[in-house]
Write a protein that binds this ligand. Structure first.
Ligand code: SAM
Length: 347
């Protein structure tokens, strides 16, 4: 039984030195009452990245996917979902809407869809850059050359979650994919000068607190610029449809620990957190988050980008990540909306 005094000392070390060992992380991940951990993360968030919440306008431009990730509704073998691809012109129109709504970053996300040629994607990036916005890509594993072409076209950031750093668990959940290649991608992206975002899916079957602690240590080691962590939400017609899914408290503890370990990173309150818990975004903002990604795509397609259930309710105005809802929510928390492109400002 660890005494409260020792827990307080661990949190204080983290808050002042931004470093603790794996055992310390596991202890804090197991806390029954994490409120002091959350408060420390909130103080560090305020001190290093301030009260601004950066909005990143998300466009989910294709739900075709050749991968087979066990948890994901978009996995190639799932024949029950209707597939779509947006036309480049539609993508650009959505980005224009984002610019007119005052957004400073566009995130282009898709399944692993080899239909889009790199030259086409480069043209889309170039068009969006003309609107004076930062561009984040989240389109999966590519060759070094393709990452380089997209960077040259103007892409600023790249999101590629490692999902879990436990190689055995990774291989089990991603048949036909390779953990080493995922890491190679992250290293390439860093060397090419992208701001690199990664993160974990929390609550995967077989995942332990020790594995989560190692995820955090990995993020610090690779000096991730952005971290997106959300609960695994079981999705129908996937091999994990009957599993339990991640719990919100563990996600919040991971976020709080990430903020304490890496005080100046950009960290979203993820859509999955907002879907899993009605107060998920608010809780995330109170546990270290300084980013939210409103969905600025086309309603007809939003419904089809079904990674997990609950993302788009029948009434689109209830969508948790609509721009309107998110702006209101940020202001209700006495936080402000970021005015610039929100690059990481290293301390
Ligand atoms: N294909 C790109 C990639 O692999 O990075 C981007 C798209 S992928 C669908 C985006 C993220 O969705 C993944 O990194 C994964 O963590 C998340 N995701 C997929 N299925 C999920 C589920 N059932 N619950 C929560 N998040 C999920």
């Amino acid at each position: 039984m660890i005494r409260e005094k020792d827990i307080d000392a661990l949190i204080e070390t983290l808050e002042t030195q931004h470093d603790i060992n794996k055992e310390g992380l596991v202890t804090l991940l197991a806390l029954e009452n994490p409120s002091k951990l959350y408060q420390a993360a909130d103080r560090v968030r305020k001190k290093y990245v301030g009260d601004e919440v950066h909005l990143r306008g998300l466009i989910e431009f294709s739900n075709y996917c050749s991968n087979t990730c066990f948890y994901c509704g978009l996995r190639g073998p799932n024949r029950t979902i209707k597939r779509y691809r947006m036309e480049p012109e539609e993508i650009i129109q959505c980005a224009k809407y984002g610019a007119s709504a005052g957004l400073k970053t566009i995130v282009l996300q898709s399944g692993e869809d080899k239909y889009f040629k790199i030259t086409t994607l480069c043209k889309i990036v170039e068009e969006i850059k003309k609107m004076d916005m930062a561009v984040t890509l989240s389109i999966g594993e590519l060759s070094t050359k393709d990452y380089a072409e997209l960077k040259k076209a103007g892409a600023d950031r790249y999101l590629l979650r490692i999902e879990t750093t436990n190689k055995e668990l990774y291989q089990k959940l991603h048949p036909g994919m390779s953990y080493e290649n995922r890491v190679r991608c992250l290293i390439d992206l860093r060397e090419l000068g992208y701001e690199v975002g990664t993160g974990s899916l929390i609550g995967l079957p077989g995942q332990t607190l020790e594995m989560l602690a190692k995820d955090l240590m990995f993020f610090k080691k690779i000096d991730a610029d952005m971290l997106g962590m959300g609960p695994f939400i079981p999705c129908e017609n996937t091999p994990l449809e009957n599993e339990k899914g991640g719990d919100v408290e563990t996600v919040l503890k991971m976020m709080a620990l990430a903020r304490l370990l890496m005080p100046d990173i950009n960290m979203p309150a993820t859509t999955a957190l907002g879907v899993k818990d009605k107060l998920g975004y608010i809780k995330g903002l109170q546990c270290g988050a300084n980013v939210i990604m409103p969905n600025i795509g086309i309603d007809e397609y939003k419904k089809l980008y079904k990674l997990y259930p609950g993302k788009v309710p029948d009434n689109p105005s209830e969508t948790v990540n609509s721009l309107e809802n998110i702006k209101k929510l940020i202001l209700s928390q006495n936080r402000t909306i970021g005015k610039d492109k929100g690059y990481r400002k290293k301390y």
